[in-house]
Design a protein around this ligand. Structure first.
Ligand code: G3H
Ligand code: 13P
Ligand code: ZN
Length: 291
């Protein structure tokens, strides 16, 4: 069933686990997420990026998610969220088609401008009964050349600034930069970075009621994820591992069988590959068996 994100996150707050936020691109990836969540009795957030909206069309991708989540066989709660909305316009468009949650990512702007754009988006979202995620601190990863922990430190979320940011913007959830990194680079090049859990602890101590969002969580191991959940992380974003799984499954079946011509035969293993990753993450995040 399709629900408001607040229902998922309030329960996760109360019971001390995190909900996976999985990026989807098409029907097959949406099916993979929902099937895995259904199998494990888990909540899930399905999120789409602006790039995906450009690729598939906002109405089409929204209706795909709604149709898959509202299937009568789906008893677990699924929420739809905009990932990394970069402009007020993009946020407003997603709200107009019924998203229950948006992310306004103005994290690359100076603090005061981040506050300004985030507050504008949050006020609009709240007027429409929608939850808003803001972001403080910059996640590097896709675009940079050098990527050592020392390079990244100046971009981390400042625990004191986080208090001002939440107070000034009224965001419902806060995305932080604590060493986490987006994209493929950590798999192919620099390695998956460690999280700065001490910094996370300070942020959580300063903002105990604010659900924290961990972006760039592909590749992060259980021994880092579990303490992060203890320290207030309630939403964990996974994209790159899903893309890898999907694409590798397609590559494998096409390599195996050069006569294959039915797209359904190509895409069925890709759906299964998505399901497998989502199941692993749901178990790791402590959200299995909650519904
Ligand atoms: O965090 C960013 C997401 O992985 C979205 O990436 O814009 O290529 O869809 P994308
Ligand atoms: P990954 O690139 O680590 O999967 O991060 C996904 C993400 O943060 C989406 O917002
Ligand atoms: Zn992200």
């Amino acid at each position: 069933m399709l629900v408001h994100i607040k229902d998922l996150i309030k329960k996760a707050q109360k019971d001390g686990y995190a909900v996976g936020a999985f990026n989807i691109f098409n029907l097959e990836t949406a099916l993979g997420v929902v099937r895995a969540a259904s199998k494990l009795g888990a909540p899930a957030i399905i999120q789409v990026s602006e790039t995906t909206i450009e690729y598939a069309g906002l109405k089409a991708i929204t209706q795909i998610v709604e149709a898959v989540a509202k299937d009568e066989k789906v008893k677990v709660p699924i929420a739809l969220h905009l990932d990394h909305g970069k402009s007020f316009r993009s946020v407003a468009e997603c709200i107009s088609v019924g998203f229950s949650s948006i992310h306004i990512d103005a994290s690359e702007l100076p603090f005061s401008e981040n506050v300004l754009l985030t507050k504008q988006a949050v006020d609009y979202a709240h007027k429409h009964g929608v939850w808003a995620q803001g972001e403080l601190g910059i996640l590097r990863g896709v675009e940079d050349k050098a990527q050592t922990p020392e390079d990244m430190a100046p971009f981390f979320t400042d625990p004191e600034e986080a208090v001002d940011f939440v107070a000034q913007t009224s965001v419902d959830t806060l995305a932080v930069s604590i060493g986490n990194m987006h994209g493929i680079k950590k798999f192919r090049d620099v390695g998956v970075p460690d999280l700065d859990l001490l910094r996370l602890k300070k942020i959580h101590n300063n903002l105990p009621a604010t659900p924290i969002v961990l972006h760039g969580a592909s590749g992060i191991k259980k021994n880092q994820i579990e303490p992060a959940i203890e320290l207030g992380v309630r939403i964990i974003n996974i994209d790159t591992e899903l893309r890898l799984a999907f694409t590798n499954a397609v590559r494998e079946i096409l390599n195996e069988n050069s006569l294959i011509y039915d797209p359904r035969q190509v895409l069925t293993p890709a759906i299964a590959a998505i399901e497998k990753i989502v199941e692993e993450k749901i178990k790791m995040f402590g959200s299995a068996g909650r519904y």
